[in-house]
Design a protein around this ligand. Structure first.
Ligand code: GLU
Length: 456
């Protein structure tokens, strides 16, 4: 439950962000103790280092730091799938269960050609942090299959999903580990996943086993509002921060990397509040219109053509030009590690609002801070998705379904309280917003570990 002392703060966090503590000897000592050979380009190592810096700031016990520096379980499976032309391909899949001290493991499943074990481990750590920060009773996990979903037919995607689910079915469960959509997966894939799990566990009530995944279609036990949830959560966080950032929504200009689920919903929701989308970059190209891009018209265009390229009411621009377009808010809402130091030098924005998971490299982060650009970190800004996943799970468990306004009201509460928690932690620990978010998440995990102790 939210900490009411934290919840009511209205502290001003606008002062120039102090630099985070330099990567000191402590994270390195934990790396050494665990025999991790630190590679600065490895997303898992980067993530663990950031977590350990914050852990030291909040005074997390050493054994708790050790436990958080490695996932509890790393599951790797290989499974064959019948392709449409009659041959079989072998696929590699992962499920990493990072931590479950706060509740069942929770996190999405990604279908992407670059899926790798360390990448999934990093994303699982971020899920632990996210769930703790928004105070939902879940731990962190992540899964994925190395594949290119754009090159698979609907039937191939269905067979791949069913085989992957069957390969990990004895490692997940409605009260143990609950997958969800992520990059390259969607509600239809969750529907196949839930159905396969029900077939694999005939001894259980079918309706109850639906809880094994969230992000399902509404007709199959999904929650209203889950589809827009990540974008909506980001908008609630941004609204909570507007005063400190001295930004007015009515005159705000923003640009977006990515126009998928998160980018598309964020654009439409901010558009409804009067903000103006001026530039978008995706895998097909970059577009710009200083007078504003209509998010609805762009959604129709991307649904038809698969990307933003060729959108009529805009000019095509080069990638580097896109980064330099002056905006109030720059929103990366695509893949990880896109804001490198080179890109960070180009960005002309007051604030970077991270819609994607880990979109900024540590060096890119340092450049942005040096240039006085504020960063609202991903574990805060994109936690709306898993929060509504939690609502879906609660609704499945109780068989009572909430209307859209109820989902929005509850989501807003979780997001606003999390944003206030981060502002407070930033003042308390005199650090940047990212370290403060990890700190606020770790405070909760530390309290629970202190209470539960370590078995035996
Ligand atoms: N994949 C989403 C995330 O990274 C949602 C996870 C979930 O709903 O469990 O937060």
């Amino acid at each position: 439950m939210p900490d009411t002392k934290t919840d009511t703060t209205t502290a001003d966090a606008t002062a120039t962000p102090p630099a985070p503590p330099a990567p000191g000897h402590l994270p390195l000592a934990v790396f050494k103790e665990l025999e991790i050979v630190r590679d600065p380009k490895n997303l898992f190592h980067q993530t663990i280092e950031q977590v350990l810096i914050a852990a030291e700031l909040v005074g997390l016990a050493h054994h708790q730091q050790l436990m958080l520096a490695q996932p509890k379980n790393e599951i790797m499976v290989h499974f064959p799938v019948l392709m449409d032309d009659g041959h079989h391909d072998l696929f590699k899949g992962y499920r990493v269960q990072h931590n479950n001290v706060l509740g069942p493991y929770k996190g999405g499943i990604r279908y992407h050609p670059h899926v790798s074990l360390d990448h999934i481990k990093a994303l699982a750590v971020l899920m632990t942090m996210k769930c703790s920060l928004v105070r939902i009773p879940f731990g962190g996990a992540k899964g994925g299959v190395k594949c290119n979903p754009r090159e698979l037919s609907t039937d191939e995607l269905m067979r791949l999903t069913r085989r992957f689910c069957s390969a990990i079915s004895n490692q997940i469960g409605p009260d143990y580990d609950i997958p969800a959509p992520d990059v390259g997966t969607n509600a239809q894939i969750m529907a196949w996943f839930a159905d396969t799990y029900a077939q694999m566990t005939p001894e259980h009530n079918r309706a109850d086993t639906q809880r094994v995944v969230t992000g399902k279609p509404v007709e199959m036990g999904g929650s209203v509002g889950r589809n827009k949830a990540t974008g909506q959560g980001l908008v609630y966080v941004l609204q909570e921060m507007l005063d400190e950032l001295e930004i007015d929504l009515g005159s705000m200009k923003f640009s977006l990397i990515g126009f998928g689920n998160v980018g598309g919903w964020t654009a439409r929701l901010l558009g409804e509040l009067g903000a103006s989308l001026v530039a978008v970059l995706d895998h097909t190209g970059a577009i710009h219109n200083e007078k504003g891009i209509d998010p609805e018209a762009l959604s129709e265009h991307t649904a038809k053509t698969g990307g933003v390229d060729g959108f009529a009411e805009s000019q095509a621009v080069e990638e580097n030009e896109f980064y330099g377009i002056p905006v109030d808010v720059f929103i990366p809402a695509a893949l990880e590690q896109m804001i490198t130091p080179q890109k960070a030098k180009l960005i002309e924005a007051k604030v970077v609002v991270e819609g994607a998971n880990a979109p900024t490299t540590p060096e890119g982060d340092a450049v942005l801070r040096q240039r006085g650009i504020e960063i609202l970190p991903a574990i805060l800004c994109n936690a709306g998705g898993v929060t509504v996943s939690y609502f879906e799970w609660v609704q499945n468990k109780s068989s009572v379904y909430w209307p859209a306004d109820e989902v929005d009201r509850r989501l807003k509460r979780h997001m606003v309280l999390a944003a206030r928690r981060v502002k407070l932690a930033r003042i308390k620990y005199e650090c940047d917003m990212r370290t403060a978010s990890y700190g606020a998440a770790l405070e909760q995990i530390g309290k629970v570990y202190d209470l539960s102790g370590v078995f035996p």
